[in-house]
Design a protein around this ligand. Sequence first.
Ligand SMILES: Cc1cc2nc3c(=O)[nH]c(=O)nc-3n(C[C@H](O)[C@H](O)[C@H](O)COP(=O)(O)O)c2cc1C
Ligand code: SF4
Length: 705
Amino acid sequence: MQLEHLFKPLSIGGVEVPNRICHVPTDISSSHIDGSVSSRDIHHHEMIAKGGTGLIIVGATSVDGKAGRSTVTNLVIDDDNYIPGFTRMSRQMHRYGAKCAVQLQHPGRQAALPREGKLTASDQTVTLPWSQSRAIVYANADESKKTVHVLSTDEVLEIIEQFSEAAWRVQQAEFDAVELHAAHGYLISQFMSPYLNQRTDRFGGSFENRMRFPLAIIASIQKKCGDSFPVLVRYSVDEWVPGGRELPESIEVAKRFEHAGVAALDLSQCIQERPGAGFDPMPYQEGWTSYASEAVKREVGIPVIISHSLREPEYCDEMIREGKTDMVGLARQILADPYWPIKANHGKLEDIRKCISCLTGCWQESMMAKKEISCAINPECGNSAFSHMKQAEQQLEIAVVGGGPAGMEASRTAALRGHKVTVFEKTGELGGAILGCCVTPGKEKMKWYADWIRKQLAKLPVKVELNSSPGVQELKRYDLVVYAAGAKSWVPPVHGQKDNVIPMESVMACPKISCEFHPQDGRRPVKLPGEKVIVWGEHYGAVDTVLHLASIGKQVTVVTDRKEFAAAVESIHMYVFRKRFNQGDAEALESKPFKHPVRILESSTLDVIKEGEVDILDSSFNRSTIACDHVVSCWTKPDTELLDKLKAEGIAVVQAGDAVKPRNLHAAVEEGAQIGRIADGNKLFNSNRAMVDDLPLDVLDQLKR
Ligand SMILES: Cc1cc2nc3c(=O)[nH]c(=O)nc-3n(C[C@H](O)[C@H](O)[C@H](O)COP(=O)(O)O)c2cc1C
Ligand code: SF4
């Protein structure tokens, strides 16, 4: 049997888990405003159970909604009236054979709500968590308003009670177990951390004292729920701050928990002062945390769960076979593809949509932006309309102009619904802007998505016309045109040698013509003989260009008129990349340092390009001259030449992705998928020029008559 270790049952505290796949807690921030379970919560977890995950741990759930919610709509279980909603959720998971637990949390200093007076173990890190990365993106970041209340000893005792009452409610709601969130710098983690806990009472100082809070919570739960109700604990093996907890102490922690009757250990990483290791962005490799589970597992007899960047079923199976862990934990992978287990079990490995660790959908544009969960590459995540997608009643002939992510996703969903789709791509390969990631160090995972969707298209009746740029006449015969031609670089007004500016596309071209991700359009990377390069521009394109050029030894200076360079790029990636720009690495990453640091000139613009130098103007009109061998433009704008002509001809056309406005993969996939999902025989456009579906029967009848 393939992957036999992954699909072997395991007992956790007497609960028989059908396989070794655990959905480690993931707050999907989709509850009602009071924290009660919503239909979105139920649908999301039901989908995961359907997909065959053995153990599902529902994300951070507040034990005291008023004093601490980690996101504005995370779950709450601080009163008995939450029990019915949680029961509905557990029953939907049990229906598909999964075992389930709820992760109980008090966010403490890291609360999204309340904004003032957050509860904390001690007050020395008030301004730290996330402020660096969030402030770049969000001018009004919560952290600027952060005030804290240091818990008195009596208040600590009260919170211990709140945890055990919450655990009792979890038990009443028919869950199989409860997990304590003692990782990532939230309240329990803060008490346990030698770096964060500065208390002088019996809950601070020595190892014994720092362990007192979690151990008291466990004892209190056991008293209230009985010894046989399994308690799991999630904690960070390495905190990645000087003076923080490291592996040797984490092994001692494991032993204490085992001694206290904990049923399983869910091992994670980091506190929020060092987010790189906790939310591993793209450059982190699969298996980088296995050192932790291997070491802990050697010292305890209870099951160990390890997570972080695990993506490949075979790799996971191997980890279990080699005794590196008892269970594999998947968080984002299950968001990207909740059907990972069933596909792995049926040997459909190439159909698994592997999470690319981009953190845009699930983090930047949901949790951090105070919105509900989504995923950049899985339109179904957070949008149940995709779960109920039906075959189209009338088949359309659809032309898709542009074979980038938006065009491919529109083609995939439209073809799934039975439409006849032809994709026209002007280069020799499908992939669009993703193909540039071939030369961006640390962003290779982008190609996973390109690879996946190309294979899906190959399995569907989608006709692909490569090296093809159809005109209006050719497109006229289609029922619907999806315009997804992407964006292209351009050069803003500048004095001097404007013609010498090199477009980003010429620099980011992959040199390997034989590579399956080479666009095959005759493009070769231009040679840059000089060392000093100005990267002039913004957004993902500019960041990727900087990473590429710095990695091949160029001395790069970024010039941008924005206050913050790449402010819209996902913040944890920028946290890591800024460290790379300074020739360092973030937390657990180990990569070759750049030969030169990257210099960033913000609120500045390029005024004159001369021979061997450029003039820069800052926002106060101060002029400076810097030496430079080449200027690369990374400003992009939509490519709309053909679109305007199609509209003028009255052809039914809809736009998607960067052809609307340069953004990111998430926007492209979502818009493409949405078009594929709603395209139907009626092809009705409203007065906003948006395609509409699902109109009430009488309105449809009135409009068509
Ligand atoms: C959207 C999102 C929500 C998360 N919510 C939680 C949570 O509620 N509790 C927790 O312990 N970890 C949480 N995490 C961390 C994940 O459980 C996991 O440790 C991390 O994403 C790395 O593993 P992965 O590569 O499998 O995603 C969250 C991560 C993300 C991206
Ligand atoms: S948004 Fe990106 S990181 Fe998050 S689950 Fe989807 S692919 Fe993974």
